[in-house]
Design a binder for this molecule. Structure first.
Ligand SMILES: Nc1ncnc2c1ncn2[C@@H]1O[C@H](COP(=O)(O)OP(=O)(O)OP(=O)(O)O)[C@@H](O)[C@H]1O
Ligand SMILES: [Mg+2]
Length: 256
C-alpha cells in the first residue's frame, strides 16, 4: 500500500540572492509523524510555508497523492487538506472553543431568508472531537481565553480536524508549554497519526521528537542532509547531523 500523501521533488526557494531551500526531496506519509529538525535558519519554516501555500516555490514540484499541485494561497493548500498550526495560534480569546473551531465555517440554517447558527450541532461536534482526542476539556463553550497553552493547542488541532485536514503541520507546538502540557500535546500528535493523518512536527526539542516521531529529517543551510527512522538512530546522531559534526554532513558539505 502506498501511504505517500505529499511528495516534494527538488523544492527550491530563493529570496533574492539568498537560497533558503535547495532541491528538497521529501515524502510525507499518512499515519506517520515526521519530525523536521535543523538549526535556526535551516529552512524548516520556509519549507512549511511552501507546502502550505504561503510561498510559491522558485523551483521544484509538489505532488499530493501523486498529482502535481500548485498552490497560489494558503486557502488552496487548505482545500487540498493541509492544515498548518503556527506557534501563534490565531485563536480568538473572547470566543468559545466551539466558536473557534467553526470560525469562518459556521453551520447555519436559513429560516424565511434569515440565517441561524446551528449552535447545538456545532457544540456536539466539537465535544466529540475533544473527546476523541482525549483532550481533557469538559466544556466546549468555555472561552479560549480561559485555557492553558496545551488546551489551546488541542483547540487548534480540533479546528484542523474539523476542516478534514489530511496533513497537519505543527511548527514548535510545545515551545511555550510546561512539562505536563507538553506530554499532552505530544499525545495529541500521536493520536492524529493514529487517525490516519499525516503529521509534520517541527521542534528543537530532541527528546520530544524521539518520543513521538516515526521518522526524522534534518535540514541544514537549506538542504536536506539526513533522513532517519527513529529506530535506526539516536539523539546523539541527530544532534551531530543538526550541528554538522556528523561525518555524513562533513562529506556532503566538502563536496559542494
Ligand atoms: N520572507 C523572507 N525573505 C527573505 N529571507 C527569508 C524569508 N523567510 C526566511 N528567510 C531566510 O531563509 C532562511 C531560512 O529561514 P527559516 O525561517 O525557514 O528557518 P528555520 O529553519 O525555520 O529557523 P528557526 O528554527 O529559527 O525557525 C533564513 O536565512 C532566513 O533568514
Ligand atoms: Mg522556523
Amino acid at each position: 500500500m502506498n501511504n505517500d500523501f505529499l511528495v516534494a521533488k527538488g523544492v527550491t526557494k530563493r529570496f533574492g540572492a539568498l537560497t533558503a531551500l535547495s532541491g528538497i526531496d521529501l515524502t510525507i506519509r499518512s499515519g506517520e509523524v515526521l519530525a523536521l529538525l535543523g538549526d535556526n535558519g535551516a529552512g524548516k519554516s520556509t519549507f512549511i510555508k511552501v507546502v502550505s501555500g504561503a510561498h510559491p516555490p522558485s523551483d521544484g514540484t509538489i505532488l499530493i497523492e501523486g498529482q502535481p499541485v500548485s498552490f497560489n494561497s494558503p486557502k488552496d493548500a487548505a482545500d487540498a487538506g493541509i492544515a498548518t498550526i503556527f506557534q501563534e495560534l490565531a485563536l480568538s480569546e473572547n470566543l468559545s472553543i466551539s466558536e473557534n473551531v467553526f470560525l469562518g465555517r459556521e453551520l447555519t440554517n436559513t429560516v424565511l431568508g434569515v440565517p441561524f447558527l446551528r449552535r447545538n450541532e456545532m457544540k456536539q461536534r466539537v465535544a466529540g472531537l475533544l473527546d476523541e482526542l482525549d483532550a481533557d476539556i469538559s466544556d466546549a463553550e468555555a472561552p479560549v481565553g480561559s485555557l492553558s497553552g496545551g488546551q489551546r493547542q488541542a483547540v487548534a488541532i480540533c479546528r484542523a480536524l474539523n476542516l478534514n485536514a489530511r496533513l497537519v503541520i505543527m511548527d514548535e507546538p510545545t515551545a511555550a508549554l510546561a512539562v505536563a502540557e507538553t506530554r499532552k500535546v505530544l499525545g495529541l500528535t500521536r493520536r492524529l497519526a493514529e487517525r490516519g493523518c499525516a503529521v509534520v512536527l517541527i521542534s528543537h526539542n530532541i527528546s520530544d521528537v524521539f518520543e513521538v516521531a516515526d521518522r526524522m529529517v534534518v535540514f541544514r543551510r537549506g538542504r536536506k542532509v539526513a533522513e532517519r527512522l527513529r529506530n535506526e538512530t539516536t539523539p546523539e546522531e541527530i544532534v551531530a547531523l543538526i550541528t554538522g559534526a556528523h561525518p555524513d554532513v562533513r562529506a556532503l558539505e566538502k563536496a559542494s
